[in-house]
Design a protein around this ligand. Structure first.
Ligand SMILES: C[S@@+](CC[C@H](N)C(=O)[O-])C[C@H]1O[C@@H](n2cnc3c(N)ncnc32)[C@H](O)[C@@H]1O
Length: 466
């Protein structure tokens, strides 16, 4: 290992954010040896000095260090949401073009996938109202993006018809047609510290932040605050969203997808409004006492436990008519919607609660369940993980997390999480505490869940390698 590798690590992290976690030091070491060799067996100390002053040399080294893994139509549900929902909604509100950035675009597959989709769905006229940009730190990969010539490796799982329609085969390579290629502009930019000239309505920053540590990700978020339009949306990769929820940008969920947006400046007044009901909200019911609301809540809870949901809803409506931000009423409203399989409504109520209190584990649990029942497994995992983090003793969250892992074929984490659930269930049986640490009127019968956990654990014992 190169003796002054720590200096190189610091320099690279400081400049572009890339963090060489323990397992990745080897990659840095190999790249340094390669560059020093190519430059005529330069010493480590001398090479470090060159790197500090020469951007050309820095870029050459960087090209050996960046991980450019990407392919067309990766995580397609986000691309569908952007093209089918967000872009049309944004265009309705304005005359100018919607500006989209694929940040950390690598060889351009993500940006071009969007361009193909927008072109296909809305034809030339509509696509002319959308600007698509790609940026990356790696100049060499940007050259490849501009050339738009790909091997079959970039088309993993892509519908062959799409490939035939938009690419011309040339031996083993596929050349993207100019009608799409000309729609995307590429720039060299460091997303952690620099911004492009104007702001963006939609930023896709997927599978980039995994190479950054927490400090760099925070810095990145402050930079993104300045790059995102007030109504803009920022998407991380499915697996990254949770690790990026610092509260700098606001996490939002729509149609089972998560994205970040600008925090609302009106947040504080919203919270105040719940303490001091506005004249409008309480004209017919002047100064309704907390006691009155409490009694309606209790009646709603009784109805929920007896599964009389229509009546429960009536009591909740009374509370919310007086105070639209009544947190407990909103949670119960979310539960009722869940019981009625109205998952969008559940998610809406839970999001409302999170706007009032970003630490509401009840709202997060509801979101996890709503996602789970809609088969948005990755989103469900993200929410259950948050509940487990905040309420480590709440076994229902562990149980559903285990279920989601199992469905995603993540068998080791599933096994571990079923075991934890069972331990918590056993501990609960031997003590007076129970799972009702969350104020969530949903029933989770311990015996049934214990049986289910034991059953799943027994299945695992028959599997090899676990
Ligand atoms: C794994 S690729 C992701 C490609 C694409 N976004 C996707 O999801 O398929 C990560 C890319 O991020 C780029 N990258 C890393 N650090 C960056 C930075 N500070 N600014 C801009 N791009 C960066 C790398 O050069 C690499 O091409």
């Amino acid at each position: 290992m190169i003796p002054n590798i720590a200096d190189f690590k610091n320099l690279i992290k400081d400049r572009v954010g890339l963090h060489f976690f323990n397992g990745m030091e080897g990659l840095l070491n190999t790249a340094l040896l390669q560059r020093m060799g190519e430059r005529g067996k330069e010493s480590c100390e001398k090479y470090y000095e060159v790197l500090c002053v020469s951007t050309t040399e820095f870029d050459k080294l960087l090209s050996l260090l960046t991980i450019n893994e990407t392919y067309f139509f990766r995580e397609p549900e986000v691309l569908d949401f952007v093209c089918d929902k967000l872009v049309p909604k944004m265009l309705e509100r304005r005359d100018g073009p919607v500006r989209i950035l694929s940040a950390g675009c690598s060889s351009g597959e993500e940006a071009y996938s969007l361009a193909i989709k927008l072109h296909q769905r809305y034809h030339e006229q509509f696509a002319a109202r959308v600007e698509i940009h790609g940026c990356d730190i790696d100049t060499k990969i940007l050259d490849k993006a501009r050339t738009a010539n790909y091997s079959s490796y970039s088309f993993r799982g892509v519908d062959p018809l799409l490939q035939q329609t938009w690419f011309t085969r040339n031996g083993n390579q596929f050349q993207l047609h100019d009608v799409i290629r000309n729609k995307v502009t590429f720039h060299r930019s460091n997303i952690v510290k620099e911004h492009l000239q104007s702001k963006f309505d939609i930023i896709l920053l997927r599978n980039v932040s995994i190479y950054f540590d927490d400090d760099t990700r925070r810095l990145l978020h402050f930079n993104l605050l300045n790059m995102l339009e007030p109504d803009g949306a920022l998407f991380f990769g499915n697996a990254e969203t949770l690790a990026n929820n610092f509260g700098i940008l606001k996490l939002k969920q729509e149609h089972g997808l998560f994205y970040f947006c600008q925090p609302k400046t009106s947040r504080a007044p919203v919270a105040t409004a719940s303490l001091q009901p506005s004249a409008e909200s309480c004209v017919a019911a002047p100064i309704l006492s907390t006691q009155q609301c409490g009694s309606w809540i209790n009646k709603a809870l009784d109805c929920v436990s007896e599964k009389r949901f229509a009546q429960a809803e009536e009591w909740i409506t009374k509370v919310l008519d007086c105070d639209i931000h009544h947190q407990e009423a909103l949670v119960i409203k979310g539960v009722i919607a869940l019981e009625k399989c109205e998952f969008e409504q559940t998610a809406q109520s839970a999001q409302h609660v999170l706007e009032l209190d970003e630490w509401s584990a009840e709202a997060k649990m509801l979101l996890g369940l709503a996602m789970m029942w809609q088969h948005h497994t990755q989103q469900a995992i993200a929410w259950f993980k948050q509940v487990v983090y905040q309420q480590p003793g709440y076994w229902p969250a562990h149980y559903y997390l285990a279920e989601m892992y199992r469905q995603s074929e993540l068998y080791r984490p599933a096994l571990r999480t079923y075991r934890i659930t069972l331990q918590l269930l056993n501990a609960e049986m031997n003590s007076t505490s129970n799972a009702s640490a969350l104020r969530l009127p949903l029933s989770f019968p311990s015996n049934s869940f214990r049986f289910l956990c034991e059953h799943q654990l027994a299945q695992f014992t028959h599997q090899d390698g676990l």
